[in-house]
Design a binder for this molecule. Structure first.
Ligand SMILES: C[S@@+](CC[C@H](N)C(=O)[O-])C[C@H]1O[C@@H](n2cnc3c(N)ncnc32)[C@H](O)[C@@H]1O
Ligand code: SF4
Length: 404
């Protein structure tokens, strides 16, 4: 705690990420930290998170919090099991200057739960729709039909959320172009504000990652995935959506649904990650260990990484590119370093390949650049994430995780 206090000295603005590690079922492709929902575990978890909020409240003081994201797992499992207590406490302890962005599962979105979401201040809601075709929902082991999920979405869009996002997975085994096109058209016709589209990733430590060989017949190749994404991009652009991140397309004029938007943030809960000026650390992934630690008045931090200046700059650049555009002035403001001096030669090379545009002030990723970032993620980030999350899932307190 004392060591942390000094790390907050130069921070003027923070984000908060809260992880809810519970789900009503475990999907075979899912890489996230989660376990099956159980009311007693949720009750103990609530008490622990309230205490963790108090720790950070003392350190963060009245610094404004300008971004609050609740992810999982499935946050909506806790709607009637502690979520309102946690959210109220966050707003009581921190200087909150923002509303809430939250992930949800379609099966949890009854009218009553939607009332609860609105009453606790969730303004930006994401729904894990994943597919609009029964054969793919079945292959993904999702526990609803296409008709059911369409009804759920129409219930949600009648409410007053500022932005409703649908998560949609493409490049599924044996998926055809026609299916992608039909689903894309249906998605934009549902009255929603945003779609986040991901190709299905095979994380080695998930059931799909173990069982399905990535290059086996029926798994779309890189070229096929590129064409599927192109089909979706065209439908979204023609329907008045614009790219708002590498994955997401938002209706023009709408504030986007997104994860934490500020560079420095606190991560609460099991597997919550915290990024401060010169350190990145993550809490233990194990829910029972997380709770035990907090009950024993200890910080639940499992792994930390001291950040050198080049790492901080590269981390900043990675996330800004992910948002598809940024200004060089923001880089200078953050690091006091001229962007072109630091990265100019790489940017010129990438611009030459048509992956980005540089107008002197702003860098903007092209559609081609976004696609190659997808492909890059598949090869490199998935590998890093798999090592970090895979190790952390199997060992609550790893000595170290070597990413390289
Ligand atoms: C935490 S989940 C969303 C909320 C909720 N748990 C649910 O499943 O509906 C986040 C999203 O990540 C995406 N996702 C999960 N595993 C994935 C994978 N292996 N490949 C691509 N996208 C994946 C899905 O679109 C999912 O909706
Ligand atoms: S996809 Fe969603 S519901 Fe399924 S295991 Fe992952 S977090 Fe839970």
């Amino acid at each position: 705690m004392e060591a942390l206090q000094s790390k907050f000295q130069d921070i003027n603005e923070l984000g908060i990420y809260l992880h809810i590690p519970f789900c009503h079922q475990i999907c075979p492709y899912c890489p996230y930290n989660k376990e099956l929902f159980e009311p007693d575990a949720a009750r103990r978890y609530t008490r622990a998170v309230l205490k963790e909020i108090d720790y950070y409240g003392i350190i963060a003081g009245d610094r404004p919090v300008s971004s609050f994201y609740i992810g999982g797992g499935t946050p909506t499992t806790m709607l009637n099991h502690g979520m309102d207590e946690i959210v109220n406490h966050v707003y009581k302890v921190f200087n909150m200057q923002c509303s809430i962005h939250m992930e949800s599962h379609p099966n949890d979105l009854s009218e009553q739960n939607l009332d609860t979401l609105e009453s606790i201040g969730v303004n930006f809601l994401s729904i894990g729709v994943e597919s609009l075709q029964d054969r793919h929902l079945k292959a993904l082991c999702r526990t609803y039909t296409a008709n059911e999920v369409k009804k759920t979405v129409s219930r949600v869009v009648r409410r007053n959320f500022s932005c409703v996002n649908l998560d949609f997975i493409f490049a599924l085994p044996h998926q055809t172009y026609k299916e992608v096109e039909e689903a894309g058209k249906e998605l934009v016709g549902m009255g929603i504000d945003q779609v986040a589209t991901y190709p299905l990733f095979y994380f080695p430590y998930t059931r799909f990652g173990k069982e399905i060989v990535k290059h086996s017949p029926g798994i779309p190749t890189l070229i096929k995935r590129r064409r599927m994404l192109r089909i979706l991009e065209e439908i979204f652009y023609d329907s008045g959506f614009e790219r708002s991140s590498v994955w997401a397309f938002t209706r023009k004029g709408i504030d986007k649904y997104c994860s934490v938007t500020v560079p420095l943030y606190l991560g609460l809960g099991a597997s919550g990650g915290t990024y401060l000026n010169d350190i990145f650390y993550i809490n233990t992934f194990n829910v029972a260990e997380y709770v035990k630690c907090i009950e024993n008045e200890m910080m639940p931090v499992a792994l930390s990484l001291d950040l050198t200046d080049p790492m901080k700059m590269a981390g900043w650049l990675y996330w800004r590119i992910y948002e598809t555009q940024f200004s060089k002035a923001d880089f200078f403001q953050r690091f006091g370093v001229n962007f072109d001096m630091q990265y100019g030669k790489y940017m010129r090379w990438l611009a030459h390949l048509g992956l980005l545009k540089d107008d002197g002030q702003q860098i903007r990723l092209t559609d081609k650049g976004s696609y190659w970032l997808h492909a890059f993620e598949d090869v490199f980030s998935i590998d890093y994430i798999s090592k970090l999350w895979g190790n952390s899932s199997s060992d609550p307190w790893p000595d170290q995780v070597i990413l390289g």
